[in-house]
Design a protein around this ligand. Structure first.
Ligand code: B12
Ligand code: SF4
Ligand code: SF4
Length: 321
């Protein structure tokens, strides 16, 4: 029996190294009302790009004219690695380019399979798409109370990416079950009590936002939680306590996501002290191609000073000249 186009696409995606693959029909995003309430409540803080793209996030056909289907993929980044001052997702190379390259390769394989050119575009955290919504539509998992998309065989330590295609494909069944049950471990463990309610995160209180996305001073009210938890960059706490991650997280499979030498298994104080004294040139060399460049050296120094409990952590004198 010949395999269907959808089966061949999935086989190619797995062969390219993706850990989960599903197909969604594009259209209005089911959770866009939740997204809009979230923006209106001010929970996005300074992430103005989220509000700017709000119109397009309402409907997955809007980012790219004429699209019909999305192949949604997940790539595991190795949650079994021990905790540390840098969130697991950011210890190795930047995932955006790696996943986009593989989605482009998948696009070419799909064109070979259908025997003609197909318009398509990869997205990895880069476009106005509610990726968790699309991933749930494609059957990849459910929205955990910590807002992460969780898969019952993989947990939640994975990246999402999608290839939007001008091609009609048979969609997978959306993931329908909520496997959180009565658990609330993530809500109780969050060091800054950033969850307003299950599945609603006030990002302005989230250590991931504060240490990565926020450009200015981190409000002093959060310094103790960041210092005590030694969160130099990002936060994994609501993922670490999740029973699905405790059971299913894996060692790093993708070599590009292994911790780079500058991070290694250094403790928070050692790494923070190094960041405070590193030169701009050495920073550029050591963090080339790292997701941590998003916070810039100024942001990392601000975080490092808080981790070390230094007075005046938000002081402009910590800024790079
Ligand atoms: C902005 C952003 C952030 C912000 C805000 C996060 C947030 N929860 O809103 C900050 C900086 C805090 C952040 C942190 C992290 N992020 Co982030 N982030 C994004 C980004 C760019 C947009 C997310 C967004 O639209 N948020 C707005 C809220 C409203 O949407 P949402 O959280 O996706 O929630 C959806 C559902 O929960 C549902 N929903 C909302 N309310 C309700 C209520 C009910 C009852 C129901 C049923 C559903 C529901 O609707 C929402 C919209 O679809 C996405 C990429 C993308 N384009 O989607 C990555 C993304 C979500 N992040 C990712 C990761 C890995 C992280 C971190 C783990 C990184 C880290 N270790 O520091 C943390 C996790 C923190 C957390 N608990 O979310 C991955 C998540 C993979 C996964 N398995 O879920 C994504 C998909 C990036 C990627 N391409 O891989 N992130
Ligand atoms: S990433 Fe950390 S600070 Fe943010 S919601 Fe999860 S536990 Fe709370
Ligand atoms: S810790 Fe519990 S409540 Fe939170 S996402 Fe995981 S299973 Fe759901």
């Amino acid at each position: 029996m010949t395999a269907s186009l959808e089966e061949r696409i999935k086989a190619h995606a797995y062969a390219l190294g993706f850990d989960l693959v599903g197909i969604a029909r594009l259209g209005p995003a089911e959770t866009s009302p939740a997204f809009e309430r979230w923006i209106d409540a001010g929970y996005a803080g300074e992430m103005a790009y989220l509000a700017r793209g709000a119109e397009k996030r309402r409907d997955t056909r809007l980012p790219f004219d004429g699209v019909q289907s999305a192949v949604v993929v997940a790539l595991d980044y190795g949650g079994k690695a021990p905790g540390g001052p840098v969130a697991r997702y950011a210890r190795g190379d930047d995932y955006h380019e790696l996943i986009a390259d593989r989605l482009n390769a998948l696009h070419r394989l799909i064109e070979d399979a259908v025997g003609r050119a197909v318009r398509g575009k990869p997205y990895v955290d880069t476009g106005p798409i509610l990726e968790r919504d699309l991933a749930r539509q494609a059957g990849l998992g459910w929205f955990g109370k910590n807002t992460n998309l969780i898969n019952p065989k993989l947990g939640s330590y994975f990246f999402l990416g999608e290839l939007l295609l001008d091609l009609k494909l048979a969609p997978d069944a959306p993931f329908a079950t909520d496997h959180c049950g009565s658990c609330r471990a993530c809500l109780d463990a969050c060091p800054t009590q950033a969850f307003v309610e299950p599945r609603v995160l006030d990002a302005t209180k989230c250590i991931s936002y504060l240490t990565i996305e926020l450009k200015g001073e981190i409000p002093p009210a959060f310094h103790a939680a960041i210092a005590e938890g030694e969160h130099l960059y990002g936060c994994d706490v609501c993922g670490e306590v999740c029973p699905w991650n405790l059971k299913f997280s894996r060692e790093v499979q993708e070599p590009a996501f292994e911790a780079r030498a500058v991070i290694g298994e250094k403790d928070a104080r050692t790494l923070a002290a190094e960041i405070l004294s590193i030169s701009v040139e050495d920073f550029r060399a050591a963090f080339k191609g790292s997701p941590m460049k998003r916070a810039k050296l100024n942001g990392l120094r601000r975080n490092a000073a808080i981790v070390l409990g230094a007075a005046g952590a938000g002081d402009p004198s910590h800024r790079t000249p």
